[in-house]
Write a protein that binds this ligand. Structure first.
Ligand SMILES: C[S@@+](CC[C@H](N)C(=O)[O-])C[C@H]1O[C@@H](n2cnc3c(N)ncnc32)[C@H](O)[C@@H]1O
Length: 247
């Protein structure tokens, strides 16, 4: 799988994807993450990427040309490297987008290519939304200065779901949200710390009992902290449903 990140601040990504699990996945060729400075696609000698909003008002708006042309160049490159159609998504990070979930991450992890566009200032020219992107994602109901941190969040969540990225000991199957519930409590050694003991059942070696305890704790924790998750039907998690049709 390949992920291309379009940004005005490529230096922000240095180091982020070289560490830990994602760094290992990149090293093993399970994911190819490329960061592009779309300022290089500006048309004038000053490399202007933003301009005043029509109609007036505060702030600057990202111009359409550098975004369209940089994304088109990336897609051309991807298509040149693959035989057959490329299952791709072009995602704009925006606080106005679909709230990001594990289901959306799972859908995106099945794509061949994901382009992530990081906005800045007041955001992007509306024609980018209307005619370039396939999906809009928000990482929460708050406003950040730019789309770089959201792009890192989305990339990390996608990458750990690519088959082979997590080892057996890190498997995602038990994670919170993977089955619609929050994960059960976890303990490790020592069995007694400052008088606080590990639940007896976890030390019993009885796998059926442990599985039952975990299921109960998972339900209890979800009921206490996120009851709305229990009300929701198991979301439809296939990529078509969560990420929209392939354009
Ligand atoms: C200051 S914000 C622009 C907000 C825009 N004026 C609005 O009210 O919707 C600049 C950029 O940061 C990114 N951004 C900010 N908050 C975000 C969030 N919660 N989720 C995803 N991207 C976000 C987007 O790429 C956005 O274009």
């Amino acid at each position: 799988m390949r992920i291309d990140i379009m940004t005005l601040f490529p230096e922000m990504f240095s180091g982020v994807f070289c560490q830990s699990i994602i760094g290992r996945a990149v090293g093993r060729g399970l994911v190819d993450i490329r960061v592009h400075d779309f300022r290089e696609y500006a048309h004038d000698k000053h490399h202007t990427v933003d301009d005043y909003p029509y109609g007036g008002g505060a702030g600057m708006v990202l111009k359409p040309e550098p975004l369209f042309e940089s994304v088109e160049a990336v897609l051309e490159n991807v298509e040149g490297q693959r035989v057959g159609p490329v299952n791709h998504r072009i995602v704009l990070l925006t606080p106005q987008g679909q709230p990001f979930t594990q289901g959306i991450a799972r859908g995106l992890s099945t794509c061949d290519e994901v382009v992530l566009i990081c906005g800045h200032y007041e955001g992007v020219d509306e024609r980018v939304r209307q005619h370039l992107i396939t999906n809009e994602i928000s990482i929460g109901d708050y406003v950040l200065t730019g789309g770089e941190l959201p792009a890192m969040v989305v990339t990390d969540a996608i990458c750990r779901l690519i088959p082979g990225v997590l080892g057996a000991s890190e498997a995602a199957a038990d994670d919170s949200f993977s089955n619609g519930l929050l994960q059960f409590p976890q303990y490790t050694r020592p069995p007694m710390y400052r008088g606080w003991s590990v639940p007896e059942v976890l030390l019993s070696g009885n796998h059926a009992e442990i599985a039952r305890w975990r299921k109960e704790e998972s339900l209890k924790r979800t009921r206490e902290r996120r009851p709305e998750l229990l009300d929701k039907a198991q979301p439809c998690l296939d990529s078509e449903a969560v990420a929209g049709p392939i354009s």
